[in-house]
Design a binder for this molecule. Sequence first.
Ligand SMILES: Nc1ncnc2c1ncn2[C@@H]1O[C@H](COP(=O)(O)OP(=O)(O)OP(=O)(O)O)[C@@H](O)[C@H]1O
Ligand SMILES: [Mg+2]
Length: 390
Amino acid sequence: MLRNNLAGVALTLHFLHVHLAHLRIRDFRNYARLDMDFAPGFHVLLGDNAQGKTNILEAIYLMATLRSFRGVGGAQMVRHGAKGYFVGGRVVGQGDHEIKMYWALRERKLTLDGQPVKKLADYFGALRTVVFCTEDLQLIKGTARARRRFVDLLLAQTQPGYLALLQRYMHCVRARNALLKQRLVDEAALESFSAELVKLGSDLIRARQELVPKFSPLARLAYRRISHDAEELRIEYQPGVKHDFAVELAQSRDRERSFRATLVGPHRDDLQLLQNEKSAAQFGSEGQKRTLAIALKMAQAEFLSGIHGSPPILLIDDVMGELDLKRRSGFLPLLEAARKSSGQVFMTCTEENWPSELGRDLQRWTISRGTVLGVPPPGGPPAALPAPAL
Ligand SMILES: Nc1ncnc2c1ncn2[C@@H]1O[C@H](COP(=O)(O)OP(=O)(O)OP(=O)(O)O)[C@@H](O)[C@H]1O
Ligand SMILES: [Mg+2]
């Protein structure tokens, strides 16, 4: 009896892993129409340049975060000549979910399990992904905004109330800025927005402050593993508020008059990335910056796995081609670990940067001009049929 129960537990644990079971795309980028079924495990999207490999990862990431990792708006993702795009999927694992999103210039729809999504906080969590892409370099080289986004996504993916808090805070910043732009500032209204700003902002600061010491060791380990460097990575939270939010906000009042914007608060936070106590952005080599960006993403994946007990779906775009042999061998254990834990991985490659170290036990898809073919494993039957033409 006990043995039966234990077997049941093991079975349940195995099936807890969340994976994307079906992807459905209409008029998105260079895809007129695409329907794909995916098993858990390792998927390689193989094809020449400009065929649509990254576009598939972009669609999956879009479902998970409602953003493009390329930092573009909806209009750019609509297939040329079409009115709007549709991206949908079925997520299987910790409760099955059906996601449907439609975007057009004048119409947007997002449903989860057939119901319109009212609160975004309820939506996030259905599908968790971590993307590795060339744009990640902005985490190191870009402005503080890119690093704030990284921290915010991490917190939104792990703390239920965080996204709503962030939205309320940003709404308050915008409302306060609008007041500051008026010719005659309504001091009483400003006062009440200031109080709200301090209240919400302090909660944000606390959440970010608590995150960094938990996340930083994971990033340090990932960095060491991938770079084989003796260099130590350290991440430091650099709050826009130094000591007392209310006092510093009041002290900035004169400067606010000339800038007509809120100058103090967590919307000005940053993360310092230090290699041997030196700024990675200022002193790191290009290779070191790239390695560091990947290490941050590896740490994000580990952090999510630790909290949710199930690995996020990894979307890996062209990373192998960017790494030298030594660094590549540091990245492979992450892929191996994902494979062992039956997590789901989608990785794009061209024939040239195909990582032969991964062996042949992969589900391969060939992408050519916006259509997808499943490539049979050696000796096996075809994995899938071509996507139907329009
Ligand atoms: N809105 C759009 N409508 C139609 N086609 C688009 C749209 N946006 C991008 N494309 C096309 O999608 C193709 C690029 O797709 P994608 O970026 O997925 O290529 P890729 O296979 O990842 O290539 P690479 O190996 O170079 O990264 C290009 O041919 C581009 O012209
Ligand atoms: Mg690409």
